[in-house]
Design a protein around this ligand. Structure first.
Ligand code: NAD
Length: 356
């Protein structure tokens, strides 16, 4: 096909991938001339701090274990205080997108190197997107320098990721790739990552549901996450991410679950405007039979995403508020975003009906 004019910004990031790659952390710190890392993690995974401390022979500056979803400003300020009081010279975030997000926020405030050890499939470690929540409003901005300096993808760490979070965060990753295929600034580089990322996750996630300790499927899923994260870094988002942002931001719905529910619905809405992308997707999403939306619906049932926006706590009257908020900030989308069909889309997702 004929290539148009496009641009693509490559990041200078080191990535260490594979089983047991966490053991490379001391080398990576040495390469950065860092000796006093602050370890960031969520309250339920404080064992990670012990694991890292052991690998580093106790040579850590300290830890902050109160990571919270959506980087609330107060939490970032607490972490910054801790960072200063232990005189850390770098930050090591370990966990899901929430831990990575705090690491990025601290980078923005301090400029200290950030080593990232992702243990879910959210993909944030690959992106320049920095989020902050203040007075319940989440805002994101792009800071190319906030792409973490080093990413360590250790498959072993993902073996304990519960199947439900594996499924939802995997679909969150897949959504980055799907939207890159029809982005306004779509380009051959992100499209290549997208196709490979979607294919890899669509194949591995159902295997993980069957056996969460399947090392090969886990390895594929983590590699797929890397590819999908590159898509979010390299192309803009459209309806799917905008809708999830409104639902998460206004009603505090859980991030990954919301992405998982919305993905087929958003794609179904856009489908009439992107016939060739739909064809490409139906070729790589198993059981599509020529219809990628139907393939995604089947994937969701295999991944036991059987719940609805209602189950996540959205009230029926919230639907209209969500539509209002979505329309308030116009954005580019392959198909124009109109009140009535968007309300219908949300109604279906609220009721838990399959996308169509
Ligand atoms: P999360 O980071 O909140 O993690 C979900 C839960 O999984 C947590 O309780 C965590 O402790 C647990 N967990 C993580 N790894 C585990 C493991 N290996 N074993 C057992 N439990 C584990 O959720 P998430 O879905 O990874 O990330 C969501 C956040 O990331 C949101 O705030 C979202 O906005 C952000 N995000 C940002 C970007 C970006 O580019 N900036 C991209 C995607 C997501």
């Amino acid at each position: 096909s004929k290539m148009g004019l496009f641009d693509y910004t490559e990041s200078s990031q080191r990535v260490i991938f594979g089983e047991g790659s966490l053991s490379k952390l001391p080398d990576e710190l040495a390469k950065l001339n860092c000796t006093k890392p602050l370890i960031l993690t969520t309250p339920t995974k404080t064992s990670y701090v012990d694991d890292i401390s052991k690998i580093l022979n106790g040579q850590i500056a300290g830890s902050f274990t109160q990571v919270t979803m959506h980087t609330p400003k107060e939490v970032t300020e607490e972490a910054l205080k801790q960072l200063r009081s232990v005189d850390a010279d770098c930050v090591v975030s370990i966990g899901g997108g929430s831990a990575v997000g705090l690491g990025k926020a601290l980078f923005v405030l301090t400029g200290l190197p950030h080593i990232c050890i992702p243990t879910t499939y959210a993909g944030s470690e690959m992106t320049p997107i920095v989020g902050q929540t203040e007075n319940r409003v989440k805002v994101t901005h792009i800071d190319r320098k906030a792409i973490p300096a080093v990413v360590i993808y250790d498959v072993n760490l993902t073996l304990t990721l519960p199947t439900n979070i594996s499924a939802t965060s995997g679909l969150n990753a897949m959504a980055h790739a799907v939207e890159a295929l029809y982005a306004q600034d779509a380009n051959p580089i992100t499209s290549m990552f997208a196709i490979k990322g979607i294919q890899t996750l669509a194949g591995s996630l159902p295997q993980i549901m069957q056996n969460p300790r399947d090392l090969e499927a886990r390895s594929d899923a983590l590699l797929g996450t890397w590819f999908c994260g590159k898509c979010l870094a390299g192309a803009s988002v459209a309806l799917h991410h905008k809708l999830c942002h409104v639902l998460g931001g206004t009603f505090n719905l859980p991030h990954a679950e919301t992405h998982a529910i919305i993905l087929p619905h958003a794609l179904a809405y856009i489908a009439p405007s992107i016939p060739s992308v739909m064809q490409e997707l139906s070729d790589i999403i198993p059981d599509s039979n020529g219809d990628a939306v139907s393939g995604l619906n089947k994937l969701l049932s295999k991944l036991q995403i059987t719940y609805s926006l209602k189950d996540l706590g959205l009230k029926e009257e919230d639907i209209e508020v969500a539509v209002d908020n979505l329309l308030k900030k116009p954005f580019w989308n392959p198909r124009s975003v109109e009140r009535d069909p968007i309300r219908e889309l949300l109604k279906r997702a609220w009721e838990g009906k399959p996308a169509q």
